[in-house]
Design a protein around this ligand. Structure first.
Ligand SMILES: [Zn+2]
Length: 649
């Protein structure tokens, strides 16, 4: 999974949405899915068994608490997942996947050598026995989750020091918890190696700084962060149960593995690395452990189809490179690997099953890429692609089904990667903005009551997608229309119930909750100071420049200089026209006003954690030059609303 640094450490904040009865079309679709899944039953049963295999110990009550005793993770409210048969409100395949992801605890993967802690975060932490201590691969999203997981390891297997940490890729759910398994001082003393793929640091910290606001907002929908656990609410993400709460931190790697990959010995264990940059993450590697014939497929191959373009928004991933990397891994180790394990989900055991699994994962990305591009080259447009590809999607390996990513949205992503968002139809290039178009549709329909009736009729007929399209116009024409909101919520809810993808389900059910006025509160997010200080100064000022809300063009350019005592950096921001241009480095040009402080204090100022007056009083900030101009410039910057509307205008 790839998500933003400011992901909310939310636990189950909202009450369950008022679910409506399951529609006939939802029932019919689920019955069809059960019948279709029956052909894969042997393989599905093997996955069920693999997800349970090797359990050694669990955290008491399945709970993770922080230092103050607050519960950050809790399996208790998920007791409903014990039912083997899916309720009508959950796609049967997603239900089975959720039950696999609900196996939690410390699991033995290779006796005496490799273990995993699963089920206390969306991600998985792998533990390898080194000569002197534990080698930890992917220390989860938060420090609290990682600390509890390591404690479980030490309690069960015997206390050993952590000698190395591997970050398999640049997404926060695989490094944010590092502070829970090692401390910075031990790294500084050279007692712990931290190994990461090339490009890791830049990607991990900076890639979502500029677009983080909107990604974070949409991520709450995609991960169902404000939905309560429940059979008519949040059940799973498809990739793992949900995201851990707590503190996301950062410690920089001490070494990186280059594009050439290759052999490296870490605490007496030989690793063979394969570069996987620009697959699921821009910085990523796979590795093979020859001694145990174990292949770590990171997030390039997990027990689901993944995302080429995630619902929270991101830059589009390359399906072709993705498929090629899996093929390379198969060519290199496929004939001998006895076990495949990953950064999410459970392992695959047995040489033959590993081969089938890897082939299925490789083939699905190749299928989506080639069939989508082939159809697009024949004139198919984004919203025509899903049906074309779904009709051809026969014989897909069960592990590559759309529990998380879907053929539907990945086909559109391939189109977008090559052609952009526009389908080539002139009417769609510059349509009216949503609210204006919505008012037009309402008028055309003969008024709100007529459009509502049409939407409700479509809903009753089981055409929930058409109902959603009609009713969405009604809500966008007048978001105070309570009947329209309720009807749209009901349509979204059925679409959510029908979804095989946990991400789709969460998004539609969270949308329904919003329309019903039940969007829960978000638990306070928490990033460690380490994380903030790791953001590059260029990114910091570029992000600041996106917050400029200019009232009028500046005709006479102004220059604001920042001198940072802790990093020794000098930044000059040229404010001109309706923009500003930050430049890093010495500059003898004109200066309107100058600020001398530390970069850490300045970041605190931007983050709203401290006020300028406090810093001045504490002697941590001095100003010179045209102070009034500086104040005016600061006042021109505004933080966007982090809780902006998503499903209503
Ligand atoms: Zn992940």
């Amino acid at each position: 999974m790839r998500f933003i640094l400011s992901v909310t450490a939310a636990i189950f904040a909202a009450g369950a949405a008022a679910a409506q009865p399951v529609s006939d079309s939802t029932r019919a679709l689920h019955a069809e899915a059960v019948a279709a899944a029956a052909v894969d039953e042997a393989r599905e049963a093997a996955e069920d068994a693999a997800a349970r295999r090797g359990l050694l110990a669990t955290l008491p009550d399945g709970q993770v608490r922080n230092a103050e005793g607050r519960i950050l993770w809790d399996w208790t409210p998920y007791a409903f997942l014990r039912e083997e048969t899916a309720p009508l409100s959950v796609h049967p395949r997603l239900w089975r996947q959720a039950r696999r992801n609900a196996n939690h605890g410390l699991f033995e993967v290779v006796p005496g050598a490799i273990w995993q802690v699963r089920g206390y975060d969306i991600a998985v932490m792998t533990i390898i026995r080194g000569e002197r201590g534990w080698i930890i691969v992917d220390p989860l999203t938060t420090e609290e989750a990682a600390r509890a997981s390591l404690a479980l390891v030490n309690r069960t297997l015997g206390e050993r020091p952590v000698t190395a940490v591997l970050y398999s890729h640049s997404h926060a759910d695989h490094f944010g918890g590092v502070g829970g398994v090692i401390d910075r001082a031990a790294v500084a003393r050279g007692e712990v190696r931290i190994v990461a793929p090339h490009g890791f640091e830049r990607e991990a910290v900076s890639e979502n700084v500029l677009a983080g606001g909107a990604m974070n907002r949409r991520a709450l929908y995609m991960f169902g962060s404000f939905l309560a656990p429940g059979a008519d609410s949040q059940v799973d993400t498809g990739l793992g149960p949900r995201i851990a709460g707590g503190t996301i931190g950062f410690i920089a790697p001490t070494e990186t593995v280059g594009p050439e990959g290759g052999l490296r010995t870490i605490d007496g264990v030989e690793f063979d690395f394969l570069d996987a940059a620009n697959t699921e993450a821009p910085a990523e590697f796979l590795f093979y452990l020859p001694r145990w014939r174990a292949l770590h497929t990171t997030e390039v191959a997990t027990k689901t189809l993944h995302n080429l373009l995630t619902l929270r928004g991101a830059q589009i991933r390359d399906a072709l490179v993705w498929s090629r990397v899996i093929d390379t891994a198969m060519q290199r180790w496929g004939g001998e690997a006895e076990v495949a394990l990953a950064s999410h989900g459970w392992p695959t055991f047995g040489r033959e099953t590993v081969g089938t699994y890897l082939a299925g994962q490789r083939d699905i990305y190749r299928f989506i890429h080639d069939r989508a591009l082939g159809a697009a080259n024949g004139g198919a447009t984004p919203h025509e692609l899903p049906a074309i590809l779904e009709a051809m999607s026969l014989g897909i390996d069960p592990s590559a089904r759309g529990y998380y990513g879907t053929i539907n949205h990945n086909a559109k992503a391939v189109y977008q990667r090559y052609f952009g968002w526009w389908d080539g139809v002139p009417a769609n290039y510059d349509p009216l903005p949503p609210e204006e178009a919505a008012r037009g549709y309402v008028a055309l329909a003969g008024g709100p009551d007529r459009l509502l009736e049409a939407g409700l009729a479509a809903h009753r007929a089981g055409n929930h997608r058409w109902a959603a399209e009609l009713l969405n116009h009604l809500v966008f024409a007048d978001s105070s229309n309570a009947a329209a909101r309720a009807a749209l919520a009901d349509a979204y809810e059925q679409i959510g119930f029908q979804a095989e993808s946990g991400a789709w389900r969460n998004y539609y059910l969270a949308a329904a909750a919003t329309l019903r006025g039940r969007e829960g509160e978000q638990a306070p997010r928490s990033q460690s100071a380490d994380f903030v200080s790791a953001i590059s100064t260029q990114d910091l000022f570029d992000a600041l420049a996106t917050r400029l809300v200019p009232a009028a063009p500046v005709t006479e350019p102004r220059f604001f200089r920042f001198v940072f005592s802790d990093t020794g950096e000098v930044v000059t921001v040229e404010r001109r026209g309706m923009i500003e241009i930050p430049r890093i480095g010495p500059n003898d040009g004109p200066v309107t006003a100058e600020v001398r402080t530390s970069r850490m204090a300045f970041a605190g100022l931007l983050g709203g954690r401290v006020q300028a007056g406090q810093l001045i009083a504490a002697g941590q900030l001095t100003l010179s030059g045209d102070i009034l101009a500086l104040q005016q410039w600061l006042a021109e910057h505004r933080s966007p609303d982090p809780a902006f509307n998503v499903v209503v205008p």
